[in-house]
Write a new protein. Structure first.
Length: 505
């Protein structure tokens, strides 16, 4: 009996061993993992970073996280949709940043259309992040977070909530500046993004999927990336690319170095689904600083332009054009009477240096130029037929001269919540009007809250008085009390339109 049991036991052991052998080498089941147990102190996998004194120290994100989280805020925005806006609405027509960064309960990534039995207009809801940049309550975020918003609410890390107003926006970089009325606010200092290195550790801080104060870690994967996501005629894209996880709701949040300094504003993700799948993109802090400074000083961004159509030099272009170099920025063509043309730069030149700094890619050149004002002179070097030539280029504004563009902001216009610009003679002739003032941009204010007006409306008269310039419009409305009637036209719609609202309501 004992022999039978022993034989059975040996058969079971041999069978188990054979089965394990067959499963492992036939590829069936999970691979065998060898586990060993050691006595003594446990071992840990530790990452290291270089400290301030140059010595290697264990990598620790806790101090940086504690330092920066208080300065990152949660932003909620809402916009009542007009009948015109709801007509033929299709969420797929939204700009990419909306689809990629905003999340809601199923109608679309940004818009929701509640069922309201009281006949109230449907409301578009959005959420994102922002960064407090000074104690006066100025917060930088993405333009697409607050664009078209009637109401903006900011929640601080300590859960205090404030209404925010729009100071200004720059669609070309997808940046905006808003303000809340609060004191003793934590802030984030800005780093010099030129000094950020590929491979450097960074943290992304924001509110993905409404999960407030979320911190993720990664490295700088690349610099000067252009992904063609900013839908603006004068778009400036020179993103910092990172593998730190960025998801819907992170838009407008902070990308910081391990010293707790702002190196970028998180803006976009490379994703087929709208959620994190490897890479995020942030506007460099040096661009952010320029935009903020201009919005506070001028009410708009004073940006210089070369007036050239450009592209990267690569091996294919070098062969095609018989170029003597394989990197730089190729000048395809020039705008007539542009800054570059007046300085002597020609089509076919390869721009290789600006102000002593080498230029290897078109986004780098874009960023360098965008940091300067109209009228600024830059030393630019080009390679022309194998020879290096130097030029001093005096930058133009987008209207073709080298003057600063006067701000359209005023107390009256801030109350209206709009930016205005006079139409040119050709547009006036086309519309058969003596002149007019176009509504370039609408922000939260009386026009949006009390009327159905949309951007592009051309005001031809205010309270029966003809207006042809923003200054004339401001003069009519400056001391106005009670109701106001604006008359005008749209370029893409027939007929005359009238909008009434109250100045003192």
């Amino acid at each position: 009996m004992k022999r039978i049991i022993l034989v059975a036991g040996l058969v079971a052991i041999i069978s188990s061993v054979c089965t394990a052998f067959i499963l492992q080498y036939a590829g069936i089941g999970h691979p065998v993992v060898k586990v060993e147990q050691f006595s003594g102190a446990p071992t840990h996998s530790v990452l290291y970073s270089k400290g301030e004194d140059g010595q290697m120290v264990p990598l620790d994100f806790t101090g940086t996280s504690e330092k920066v989280m208080n300065a990152v805020v949660y932003i909620q925005s809402s916009h009542k949709l007009s009948k015109r806006e709801m007509g033929g609405f299709d969420s797929q027509n939204l700009p990419d940043p909306f689809r990629e960064f905003f999340h809601d309960r199923g109608f679309s990534p940004f818009f929701q259309q509640p069922q309201d039995g009281n006949g109230q207009p449907p409301v578009a809801m959005g959420a994102g992040s922002g960064v407090i940049i000074n104690e006066k309550g100025y917060i930088v975020t993405n333009n697409h977070v607050i664009d078209n918003a009637d109401d903006i609410e900011v929640t601080l890390h300590d859960n205090r909530t404030f209404k925010a107003t729009v100071v200004g926006a720059d669609p070309a970089t997808d940046l905006a500046l808003i303000q809340i009325r609060a004191e003793d606010l934590p802030t984030l200092p800005m780093a010099n993004s030129d000094e950020v290195k590929v491979g450097e550790w960074v943290l992304a801080v924001g509110n993905p999927f409404n999960l407030n104060s979320t911190v993720t870690a990664g490295i700088v994967s690349a610099k000067a990336r252009n992904i063609n996501i900013v839908k603006d005629q004068y778009a400036v894209e020179s993103f910092i690319q990172t593998d730190a996880a960025i998801n819907p709701g992170n838009s407008g949040g902070a990308l910081v170095n391990l010293d707790g300094q702002l190196v970028g504003i998180n803006t976009a993700i490379a994703s087929p689904t709208g959620s994190y799948s490897g890479y995020g993109f942030a506007v460099p802090s040096n661009i952010v600083a320029k935009v903020i400074k201009d919005l506070l000083a001028y009410g708009n961004v004073q940006r210089g332009y070369l007036g050239a159509m450009i592209r990267d030099v690569n091996s294919q272009l070098a062969r095609e054009k018989s170029l003597a170099l394989s990197e730089g920025v190729y000048v395809d063509s020039l705008v007539g009477n542009s800054a570059a043309a007046k300085a002597g730069i020609q089509a076919g030149d390869v721009i290789v240096e600006v102000e002593g700094s080498p230029v290897k890619k078109a986004p780098e050149l874009q960023e360098m130029i965008a940091r300067h004002h109209p009228g600024d002179e830059l030393a630019i070097k080009v390679n022309r037929n194998g020879q290096v030539k130097a030029f001093n280029v005096r930058l133009n504004n987008r209207e073709g001269d080298d003057n600063l563009i006067a701000s359209r902001k005023s107390e009256v216009f801030s109350k209206l919540g709009a930016e205005f610009k006079a139409i040119d003679a050709a547009t006036a002739r086309k519309l058969d009007v003596a002149g007019g003032v176009r509504v370039e941009k609408l922000f939260p204010g009386k026009l949006r809250n009390q009327t159905d007006m949309r951007e592009g409306f051309i005001i031809t008269s205010a309270d029966g008085q003809k207006v042809s310039t923003p200054e004339e419009l401001e003069k009519v409305l400056k001391n106005k009390q009670g109701g106001v009637m604006l008359e005008g036209v749209y370029e893409d719609l027939p007929g005359i339109y009238y909008y009434a609202f109250g100045m003192d309501s």
